[in-house]
Write a protein that binds this ligand. Sequence first.
Ligand code: CTP
Ligand code: MG
Length: 225
Amino acid sequence: MYLLIPAAGSGKRMGANCNKLLLKVHSQSIIAWTLLAAEAASQIRWIGIISQPSEWHDFKAIVAGLAMTKPVEFIPGGTTRQESVYNGLQALPSEAKEVLIHDGARCLATPELFNACAIAILNCPGLIAAVPVKDTIKVVGESGIIESTPKREKLWAAQTPQGFNVQLLKQCHAEGVRQGWEVTDDAALFEKCGIQVRIVPGEETNLKVTTPQDLAIAELILSLR
Ligand code: CTP
Ligand code: MG
């Protein structure tokens, strides 16, 4: 299975003076933890890291220190995650029929989750790891007034890995460019194109390291393993 790792963000909400993926959790950078999980997932055979060329020096030093056995390619990132994934899709080897996309910032996803997604995507056009939400979610208008409360049984928190048929995902991205759609994950492009996306059970611990508090939570989760 081919794996693309979007890693080209700036980490604004983290508030550090560098890409948050270069920050350390215990002994390793966030991107290193993500790569170690992908390395340990037997179903993954090729890894593409999508990141800003200005940071390739740092990323390449991290990869060199991990003694990866799988091929790791570097792909230039875009100004949005959507653009970054688009670039990643263009850089996939032509024999790639399915692809997993996994945020570099989700450094706690387990090899078992990668493997489960890699196997499941062979039997459907698209899938995402997701967990049922625990909070009651409110839809709030600009005035700060609640507009509605969707039924919690229907609400799932989207994670990555997300898996797709490569040809279909390329078509959906192209349609997104034509229509000017702005989305925060690739599943949303499938949904807009009317293609079914299936849920695979995600992991409660598979958080996206976004804020300084998440760094502390990630440290705790890793020290419990
Ligand atoms: N990402 C990317 N290209 C971008 C923006 C984001 O590849 N232009 C990646 C990030 O590196 C991250 C993943 O997409 O691994 C999820 O994005 P997010 O958690 O929002 O990271 P950042 O965009 O870096 O953080 P922020 O939104 O706080 O600036
Ligand atoms: Mg972002």
